[in-house]
Design a protein around this ligand. Structure first.
Ligand SMILES: O=C(O)CCC(=O)C(=O)O
Ligand SMILES: [Fe+2]
Length: 517
């Protein structure tokens, strides 16, 4: 698919440019053709105006005969229109395999709904290309794009329809409301590219309200729909049905109070905490509160770092999380992204013994062996120096480069396996002891890494790296490492993960039997 990674979406820009070129050449050819038809029309029209009695003039009579016998035939049977449209279609067909499919548009629409929820965005603002946060009653502008990118009525209709098809009336109602009000505003105009109409949007919106328990709203909208489409028997039946329900349940009978709730998503228990941490940075520890929370130049006793120590920031003591600023250079980041881009595949998650795609992880990833480029090797060595751990294969996994898509995120999870059957144990080097995650890009908004139970999140800082222990010294998973990649609001987020396993670290991180150590 395309929507799960910004790198793939970038290719769509090129594809559309090609289509645009085909359309431009079609328009030119058709304009030329229509201009020529107009010239013929004007010529004949002028003849009829200027020559009341053609029969008197043999030359005029001849041209009339010839025109009627031949010229009209050529005009009416001209193949040019067909040839022009054929060229446009052929150009389109050549690009067809590069076009997004239904799942892409659906995934992108779901991504927008996710952003709407997590960042409390206002649908009306989104439709106008502005990201506004609805906080109580006041609206605060989060982001105004440099170029205007408003949505059409049909764009909103399509999102509403995606939600509707999932029985998600919580989202279908505001999007269809937006669509209806925009379609009303442009009623009578015809847009070739549109899929839906005002009648369609009213129909879907009415049914969404009905499903949500708001019968009088469903009735009003269905009546409006009938106004535009009086022969629609189905809508007429619905109107009768809604009238009957309202007759039997007068106002105040509690019928109107039914409310739609946001549909359940995975990890509901931690969802509110997670989303809160995505909107704010949570509780950022301050050094004056705890003197152990300091920043330092760190060589970790390694000769590799003597001349250029790492800039280490303590982020959290328990779970132990540190941030290394400028861990890689811009050149290193750009090179890693470039190497990974052609190999990106939809990210999977462990489900039982298998791995599968999941809505709660929207990204693409590529595994890079240290043999593909010397930079990967250099970074391995730097990770070993910073952590003091053994980063040789098979004690670590290959570098996993991840690129997020539209509303791309990774909902709360553990990096370590929590079940004996996990595919993680296939390497036979134990569990994932530690995570070393490098931010290869910055983002304009969103996308921070949230530690749910520890109650803090780290914004995406280009070239910085985050390190934490997933396991306690006794080998048990540390529940407080539950973490997530927040949905990317604006930007193209890339990270690289290096997972370090238990085996091979026996003398580097000795175990203890103290459970909380
Ligand atoms: O992208 C992030 O901030 C977190 C990614 C993550 O947790 C993972 O890939 O396991
Ligand atoms: Fe993770």
């Amino acid at each position: 698919d395309m929507y799960s990674s910004m790198a793939s979406i970038q290719q769509a820009v090129t594809t559309e440019k090609v289509l645009l070129h085909h359309l431009e050449s079609y328009l030119e050819k058709e304009t030329y053709r229509l201009n020529d038809l107009r010239r013929f029309y004007d010529k004949v029209q002028a003849f009829h105006e200027a020559t009341p009695d053609p029969v008197a003039d043999p030359i005029v009579a001849y041209t009339l005969m010839k025109r009627l016998h031949l010229e009209w035939l050529n005009v009416v049977h001209s193949l040019e229109a067909t040839e022009n449209i054929q060229a446009l279609k052929e150009g389109y067909e050549k690009e067809e395999k590069r076009l997004p499919i239904f799942e892409d548009v659906e995934g992108a629409a779901k991504g927008l709904m996710r952003l709407q929820d997590v960042y409390s965005l206002n649908v009306n603002g989104m439709a106008r290309g502005k990201l506004q946060r609805a906080a109580n009653t006041a609206m605060s502008l989060l982001y105004k794009p440099p170029a205007s990118s408003t949505m059409s009525a049909d764009d909103c209709f399509h999102i509403g329809k995606v939600a509707y098809e999932m029985d998600d009336y919580y989202h279908s109602i505001p999007w269809l409301e937006e669509a209806v009000s925009m379609f009303r505003g442009s009623y009578g105009n015809w847009f070739t590219e549109d899929e839906g109409t005002l009648e369609d949007a009213l129909d879907y919106l009415a049914f969404s309200y009905y499903k949500a328990g708001n019968i009088s709203q469903a009735l009003d909208l269905s009546r409006e729909c009938l106004l535009y489409d009086p022969d629609n028997k189905r809508v007429a039946r619905n109107v009768a049905k809604y009238e009957k329900i309202l007759d039997e349940n007068p106002i105040g009978s509690g019928l109107e109070e039914a409310r739609v709730h946001r549909p359940n998503v995975t990890h509901l228990r931690t969802r509110d905490l997670y989303e809160g941490l995505c909107r704010t940075l949570g509780k950022q520890p301050k050094m004056y509160e705890n003197p152990k929370m300091f920043c330092m130049y760190d060589t970790n006793g390694s000769p590799h770092l003597t001349l250029q120590p790492l800039r280490r920031e303590m982020v959290s003591l328990d779970p132990y999380v540190v941030l290394y600023h400028d861990f890689v250079s811009d050149l290193e980041s750009e090179t890693i992204k470039e190497i990974a881009a052609p190999w990106l595949l939809r990210s999977v998650v462990a489900s039982g013994e298998k791995q599968s795609e999941a809505e709660y992880r929207i990204s693409k990833g590529a595994w890079l062996k240290d043999t593909v480029h010397s930079i990967i090797r250099t970074i391995d060595i730097r990770i070993a120096a910073a952590t003091g751990l053994n980063v040789q294969i098979p004690y670590t996994e290959h570098l996993q480069v991840v690129n997020y898509g539209i509303g791309g995120h990774y909902e709360p999870h553990f990096d370590h396996a929590t079940s004996k059957d996990s595919p993680l144990f296939r390497t036979s080097t134990g569990n994932r002891l530690a995570t070393f995650m490098i931010y290869l890009s910055s983002v304009d908004m969103g996308g921070s890494t949230a530690f749910i139970y520890a109650n803090f999140s780290i914004p995406v800082i280009k070239n910085a790296a985050l390190f934490w222990w997933n396991l306690r010294r006794n080998g048990a998973g540390n529940e407080d490492t539950l973490h997530a990649g927040c949905p990317v609001l604006i930007g193209n987020k890339w990270v690289a993960n290096k997972w370090i396993h238990e085996y091979g670290q026996e003398f580097r991180r000795p175990c203890t039997l103290i459970p909380e150590d």
